[in-house]
Design a protein around this ligand. Structure first.
Ligand SMILES: [Zn+2]
Length: 354
């Protein structure tokens, strides 16, 4: 039995209305508005923040007028029957991008129903420490709704070592629950509030940050840096943590050009893994680029890494059809059954604690 350790099924209703500037999300909520605006923007390209637009189109193309079961179906069909899927929820209410149409609890409730109908689903609750009562929500998800993990998304504006998260990590340790953290830089999904507010949030950093000359995306990457997890891993050595995306294709490319650069997130994660017994990484999104298949295969010759890399696709954040097939079929065929079984069966079993 295989595991896809990282997919999403949240809908367009879970995306804040101000995700794009000028109220575009609201305009695009109508079908005519969507095709018109996306056609015009694809040609004119007026935004400096163009990848936010691309990402929103992905949300809208897949997540619009769809329920989570519909979206789940889109990924499931590419994998053998019996494959299990970790589905990661998203709470985007505190990224200062405006109102989220659907209440976060409704998204979680829908995910709980999906779990009832498809027991192979392992739902993860995203915890943003700014949400009031998040411990009660976490307990409800785990104890009543059979959720199997916690998602952390630092670029929305919080550090993984935020004190408010300590009870979450404590609870996860006691209940044998793993944590997956988004861990790639310069993501279009990041804190969208004012620069002042962002500086406020960054002032809680445990390491000095030079904010001069950095744009918002670069600043938000400070929350996400894999090194921030050192504090958590040292305080909670039993906690199983997966740093998703293995540093990102951005850093894989840089590594191939200059393997000795110490601040490369791929290198940081690769070196952190042997030092922490319960630290994992996943290949979701990053390995949608076929040129990295051989790098992955070589990495898997290292026995420690071989036991800590998890298979995941990040459906539907990457492209549609072609990409899911690339993960489900092409990657498996390329690395071979033995390695695939390590990352898609054996390692996930340990990570999920099943
Ligand atoms: Zn993801």
């Amino acid at each position: 039995m295989f595991y896809n350790c990282h997919i999403h099924t949240f809908t367009e209703e879970d995306v804040p209305r101000g995700f794009l500037p000028l109220g575009l999300v609201r305009i695009m909520a109508s079908t005519t508005g969507f095709s018109l605006v996306s056609r015009v923007l694809n040609n004119l390209n007026p935004f400096s923040d163009n990848d936010s637009f691309d990402r929103y189109c992905k949300f809208a193309r897949i997540g619009k007028n769809c329920s989570q079961p519909d979206i789940f179906e889109g990924s499931r069909k590419f994998y053998p029957n019996g494959t299990r899927f970790a589905i990661l929820a998203m709470d985007m209410a505190f990224m200062n991008a405006g109102k989220v149409p659907r209440d976060y609890i409704k998204q979680l409730e829908e995910l709980a129903n999906l779990k009832t109908n498809f027991p192979q689903v392992i739902p993860f609750i995203h915890i943003d420490p700014r949400r009031p009562g998040f411990m009660d929500i976490l307990k409800k998800c785990v104890e009543e709704w059979d959720f199997g993990g916690v998602k952390i998304y630092p670029p929305l504006g919080y550090f993984p070592y935020d004190d408010r998260l300590n009870p979450v990590y404590q609870y996860c340790t006691e209940h044998n629950i793993p944590v997956i953290s988004h861990c790639s830089p310069y993501n279009p999904v990041h804190f969208k509030g004012s620069k002042n507010e962002l500086e406020q949030l960054l002032s809680k950093s445990k390491t000095p940050i030079n904010i001069n000359g950095k744009n918002r995306k670069e600043l938000c990457a400070c929350f996400t840096n894999p090194k921030n997890w050192e504090y958590v891993l040292n305080d909670f050595p039993e906690l199983r943590v997966c740093l998703a995306h293995f540093g990102s294709a951005y850093y894989w490319k840089k590594y191939l050009e200059n393997p000795s650069e110490a601040e490369n997130w791929f290198v940081i994660i690769k070196d952190m893994i042997p030092a922490h017994n319960n630290l994992y990484t996943d290949i979701s999104f990053t390995l949608s680029e076929q040129e990295y298949f051989s790098v992955l295969k070589v990495l898997l010759t290292d026995t420690v890494l071989q036991s800590k890399i998890l298979f995941g696709s990040d459906y539907y954040m990457v492209e549609t059809k072609a990409t899911e097939k690339r993960f489900a079929l092409d990657l498996r065929a390329f690395i071979g059954e033995t390695y695939f079984e390590s990352i898609a069966t054996n390692n996930p079993k340990v990570f999920f604690g099943v």
